[in-house]
Design a protein around this ligand. Structure first.
Ligand SMILES: C[S@@+](CC[C@H](N)C(=O)[O-])C[C@H]1O[C@@H](n2cnc3c(N)ncnc32)[C@H](O)[C@@H]1O
Length: 361
């Protein structure tokens, strides 16, 4: 087989599949999809064998919204004898021509309830499998300088997909998931969404410059205050817009001004806002246009926001919003900007979007 295996949140298989098909076909890679709803992964079978590895090299993984992780799947090892799964995987690899030598091994499973039951097994199994892969020359003795990651993805305890990804174009995180600990003093668990968004969209070396203490921020739909909490924690001054009640301990910091106003008509008095964040539960197209408008009017430099997704045609709806924003920005004279969306681990029926205006020099 030659396929691309994509990891996604369970229930979003169709979205991940539609998005990948679109991106792959734009790059001349064609195939068909095998996706079981709720499985947490998608198999894209390539019509041309060599294209599975090619596409995972040429398409940057961060361009994909609904895919958390991927690899080019070369083998499907089925109905293994549980007494000798290592032996069966090695045997299957030995039948394969040109399986590349890899630097590192990742033994994983889908992020589903059934998949989670495999996590202990996967951890334990990694040790003897790694040893045997090294002995048989499938894993390099030294990890350094080898860009191939060898993936073994168990769908249950007798079946797995085996393949390869480029270390520089796959997620370094286990299962492609950024695990975060909920801060005990945050007013809501939503705080994790903004923390993850900052970590995913803003390179770590830029945090000091772009998430700086003393910056001004606006939070539309702020209550009870999880997102405001993240901004306050970074030393920012926040205008929190919401008709609801905001957490008192945030107000006590002296860094928050609460305005009981409508987020769609609020206008900052001084045009010194760097960050706009928005978590209002509203039609995604409406929020998308509002965000593009703030950036086009130069009311903020960067915006981080959620688009709540409809029940059906979620991928298409995100694409429509991205197009609306691009058009609105261009029509209003904003030519240099970056726009990216991701279905983050802490997102459910929503995606997180990052929009940034660049200075024209
Ligand atoms: C999902 S909650 C936000 C949670 C918040 N990000 C947190 O971390 O605590 C959505 C909030 O948006 C507010 N909201 C919805 N529509 C709004 C509007 N038009 N103007 C201002 N706030 C709005 C609601 O009152 C609600 O508090």
């Amino acid at each position: 087989m030659a396929a691309v295996l994509l990891y996604c949140r369970a229930g979003f298989e169709n979205d991940a599949a539609n998005e990948f098909m679109q991106q792959a076909s734009e790059r001349g890679v064609f195939g068909y999809v095998n996706a079981k709803k709720g499985s947490g992964y998608v198999i894209f079978e390539c019509y041309q064998q060599e294209q599975a590895e090619q596409i995972t090299n040429i398409l940057p993984i961060e361009h994909l919204i609904f895919t958390r992780q991927w690899f080019a799947s070369i083998l499907h090892v089925q109905n293994m004898d549980i007494k000798d799964r290592v032996g069966e995987i090695i045997h299957a690899l030995q039948q394969q021509d040109n399986f590349p030598v890899c630097g590192n091994l990742r033994v994983e499973h889908p992020d589903t309830d059934a998949g989670k039951e495999l996590s202990k097994f996967c951890r334990k199994f990694t040790v003897p499998l790694r040893q045997s892969l090294r002995q048989h020359g499938f894993l390099a003795k030294q990890e350094q300088d080898n860009e191939n990651e060898l993936f073994v993805f168990f769908t249950d305890n007798q079946n797995c997909y085996v393949g390869v990804a480029n270390k520089n174009n796959c997620s370094p995180l286990p299962l492609g998931i950024l695990r975060l600990k909920a801060p005990s003093d945050a007013p809501s668990r939503s705080a994790l969404k903004l923390e993850e968004a900052f970590q995913v969209f803003i390179p770590k070396i830029k945090h000091e410059e772009r998430l700086r203490s003393g910056m001004n921020a606006v939070d539309l739909g702020a209550c009870p205050g999880g997102w405001t909490y993240q901004l306050v924690k970074r030393g920012m001054f926040v205008q929190a817009i919401d008709n609801g009640a905001i957490d008192q301990s945030l107000m006590d910091t002296g860094q928050v001004t609460h305005f009981m106003a409508d987020g769609f008509s609020y206008e900052p008095k001084k045009k010194n806002v760097y960050w706009l964040v928005c978590d209002m539960v509203e039609k995604p197209q409406r929020v998308a246009l509002l965000m593009a408008d703030w950036v086009a009017k130069e009311w903020c430099v960067e915006a981080m926001f959620n688009l709540k997704l409809p029940m059906k045609r979620r991928y298409e709806s995100v694409m429509e919003c991205m197009e609306l924003m691009r058009d609105h920005l261009k029509e209003n004279g904003c030519r240099k900007f970056s726009l990216r969306a991701k279905h983050l681990y802490h997102d459910r029926e929503e995606v997180t979007v990052h929009l940034r205006r660049h200075r024209v020099s």
